[in-house]
Design a protein around this ligand. Structure first.
Ligand SMILES: NC(=O)c1ccc[n+]([C@@H]2O[C@H](COP(=O)([O-])OP(=O)(O)OC[C@H]3O[C@@H](n4cnc5c(N)ncnc54)[C@H](OP(=O)(O)O)[C@@H]3O)[C@@H](O)[C@H]2O)c1
Length: 277
């Protein structure tokens, strides 16, 4: 049945807009790159964090850093491809913090740059399992807790490569477009529960670029380095994004009440890079 149209915001409580202090947020893949920048910013904003990755030594490195700043956090080794593990992760987050205010579904595994003609089923499975499938398992896992409270923020991760058809990145690009599509469906299905679902397409690739050790780069590394140089040759801002200064603030905005009337959208957090295509 059609719902009445109302101009009232979902909560009568005074909005705290960008305030994230005390909010319980699950960040997958928080040990490196963009995820680590997000973890650093949210910890500084006083959020309570459940941080995941596959490698315990990387999680321990992040934990050491966060302890020095007095952050309230937990870490958990968890593979986003594992649906049961995502349910256990949501349970552990609820047990630790009593709520799940936000999900930042950042983790994604990659495959080497490969022309479509050479893609194997294993290549495709890896990016689909850790991209759209992993994102969906996480969204399902946090849904009951968010639905029960009548509020939730879910941030998913797409890529401009999905929109530009980047050669050599076929399965990854397809996986990221599937994430954007799931984002729109979740936004429509869960909006009435007070849950917003938005996708960001970030650009912060410097940490992924190969550094020559003991001489020359491999052909695959050289191809990635060339693609990176080409990417920034005709870029509006002329520079790579910084995980902490450029990407994380947009995630924080989407987690906050300031974004409560946005859902189902994709935000290109790429310094205008998409305009080159
Ligand atoms: N970097 C860019 O310019 C760019 C551009 C467009 C989109 N994106 C998207 O932004 C997100 C972050 O990218 P990034 O470049 O920061 O990635 P990254 O540097 O490779 O870091 C990936 C993070 O995810 C974790 N991870 C990888 N596979 C996992 C799995 N199966 N289960 C759990 N954790 C896993 C990694 O930790 P462990 O190694 O410990 O597992 C790491 O913490 C991704 O969704 C990516 O597709 C990035």
């Amino acid at each position: 049945m059609a719902q009445p149209i109302s101009s009232s915001p979902p909560s009568a409580a005074p909005l705290r807009f960008t305030e994230l202090a005390g909010q319980s947020i699950l960040v997958t893949g928080g040990t490196r790159g963009i995820g680590l920048g997000i973890v650093r910013l949210l910890a500084g904003a006083g959020a309570r964090l459940m941080i995941t990755g596959r490698k315990s030594h990387r999680l321990e490195r992040v934990a050491e850093e966060l302890r020095t700043v007095g952050a309230d956090f937990r870490t958990c080794v968890s593979d986003v491809a594992d649906r049961d593990a995502s349910r256990r992760l949501a349970d552990a987050t609820l047990e630790a913090f009593g709520a799940i205010d936000g999900l930042v579904a950042n983790a994604q595994s990659y495959i080497p740059v490969t022309p479509l003609a050479d893609i194997t089923p294993e290549n495709f499975d890896l990016v689909l399992d850790t991209g759209p499938r992993g994102t969906l398992w996480l969204m399902q896992a946090v849904l009951p807790a968010m639905q029960a409270r009548g509020r939730g923020r879910i941030i998913t991760f797409g890529s401009s490569m999905g929109q530009t058809g980047a050669p050599g990145y076929g399965p990854y690009a397809a996986a990221k477009e599937a994430v954007r599509s799931l984002t729109r469906t979740a936004a429509r299905e869960w909006g009435r529960f007070g849950i917003t679902v938005n996708c960001i397409c970030p650009a912060s690739a410097a940490h992924r670029m190969p550094v020559a050790k003991e001489g020359a780069l491999s052909p695959e590394e050289e191809a990635r380095a060339r693609a990176f140089a080409a990417m920034y040759a005709d870029h509006p801002l002329g520079r790579d994004g910084d995980p902490l200064a450029d990407i994380a603030p947009v995630v924080a905005f989407l987690l906050s009440d300031a974004s409560q009337y946005l859902t189902g959208q994709t935000f290109m957090v790429d310094g205008g890079g998409i305009l080159r295509s």
